[in-house]
Design a protein around this ligand. Structure first.
Ligand SMILES: Cc1ncc(COP(=O)(O)O)c(C=O)c1O
Length: 390
């Protein structure tokens, strides 16, 4: 029974913030699809998952989409299916979530970090990718930071010239495009995350997308213990047996997540559009402040506007964040560079100075609230707080 106290699972915890960093766009549509899953009494890898995969692939214009338990699982499966393993190197950015590089380590290969382009383009710098290629390099993994497309024409050329696989970590960018093609479909394989803070949310979930039939087959097998058939196929065919062809994992998606994914996919275009309008509003209202720069001015292609990053020029980030916290505005940082995390420093001996552009941006970046249900009044409130401070 629904109650009004805070212990009730039907009520949201009281927000600590006047403006939180993000808020998922969830409502009656999601309630409706969840009810259908409960009514079906089938909870993992069933018809909702099949439909989500099918609709996600056709939305992107890709041949195959395979749902996974997370974006990290999607990356791990993609690297494994490409045959990446011990002795191989994969070039990745450091200004990203740690999973992009961790998933390379899971395979036994080594992530090699390339710098970003600079203050305006926080994506991996194609020239630095070129500089980091060795005879051990097997793949390049790009991340479309904040939903803004990487210069895929230059990176694709490099990959082709050196016979390297190209992986797109598209966790921030479902629906974004480069030269009319959806991100995640330009390289050999695209990996999406549907984690709770993403543009399309299911809680925990991800997707591997590819046009390569063999690669899709390997991902399918590795996703579920190397098994040749899934419960739904055995149920439909009435044949109980299966074989295990490889050492696979349990990286499957459950039906509740897949159903949420279907409802969220219907909202994605509208939500991305709304995010874009909010970003335009931020840009207009924050223009002309020399203390602040807003990256991705004149960006390439169509963005998914996942986050709203800004860079502080010449004053203290902690005081800035503290000032906004006093006004009950939640902020974040994207990202602490991976190569300077304790684990990576200790394992690989990395030190400051390895990636000058990444380190400079990482020290000055602050992420402002951005979510599709956010009103423009919230932006006025945030901008006033910032103008008061600077
Ligand atoms: C760029 C990037 N790559 C990978 C991931 C991993 O996704 P997940 O949290 O679904 O495992 C995330 C987000 O969480 C991410 O932001």
């Amino acid at each position: 029974m629904a109650t009004t106290n805070n212990q009730s699972p039907t009520t949201k915890p009281q927000s600590k913030w006047k403006v939180p960093l993000l808020e998922a766009n969830l409502g009656a549509e999601e309630m409706e699809v969840l009810k259908r899953v409960i009514d079906s009494k089938w909870l993992s890898m069933g018809e909702a998952t099949e439909e989500f995969e099918h609709r996600f692939a056709s939305y992107l214009g890709a041949k195959y989409a395979l749902a996974t338990s997370s974006g990290t699982a999607a990356l791990h499966l993609a690297y494994l299916a490409l045959g990446i393993g011990p002795g191989d190197e994969v070039i990745v950015p450091s200004l990203t979530f740690v999973a992009t590089a961790n998933a390379v380590l899971y395979t036994g290969a080594e992530p090699i970090f390339a710098d970003i382009t600079g203050d305006n383009d926080l994506n991996i710098f194609p020239s630095d990718i070129g500089a980091k290629i060795t005879d051990k390099t097997k793949a390049i993994a790009v991340v479309h930071y904040g939903g803004y497309p990487v210069r895929m024409d230059e990176v694709s050329k490099l990959a082709e010239a050196h016979h390297l696989f190209l992986v797109e970590d598209t966790a921030h960018a479902p629906g974004a495009e480069f030269r009319g093609k959806k991100l995640g479909t330009i390289g050999d394989v695209g990996c999406f995350s549907f984690y709770a803070n993403k543009n399309l949310v299911v809680g925990e979930g991800g997707m591997v997308v590819t046009n390569d039939e063999e690669l899709a087959g390997r991902v399918r097998i590795l996703r579920s213990h190397g098994m040749t058939t899934m419960a739904l196929q055995r149920y439909r065919a009435g044949k109980p047996g299966y074989d295990c062809l490889d050492l696979g994992y349990n990286y499957r998606m459950d039906e509740i997540s897949a159903a949420l994914g279907l409802a969220q996919l219907d909202k994605l275009e509208g939500d991305n559009l709304r995010r874009g309008k909010l970003v335009a509003e931020y840009r207009e209202r924050l223009a002309g402040l020399p203390e602040i720069s807003l990256p991705f001015d004149n960006h390439y292609g169509k963005s998914a506007y996942h986050i709203m990053p800004l860079l502080l020029n010449g004053f203290d980030r902690n005081s800035f964040i503290e000032k906004l916290r006093e006004k009950e505005i939640q902020t974040s940082i994207h990202y602490s560079p991976i190569h300077l995390f304790t684990y990576y420093r200790q394992r690989f001996g990395y030190q400051e100075g390895l990636l000058p552009q990444t380190e400079s941006v990482a020290a000055r970046e602050v992420t402002l609230p951005l979510y599709p249900t956010m009103g423009k009044d919230k932006i006025s409130y945030i901008v006033d707080a910032i103008r008061e401070f600077v």
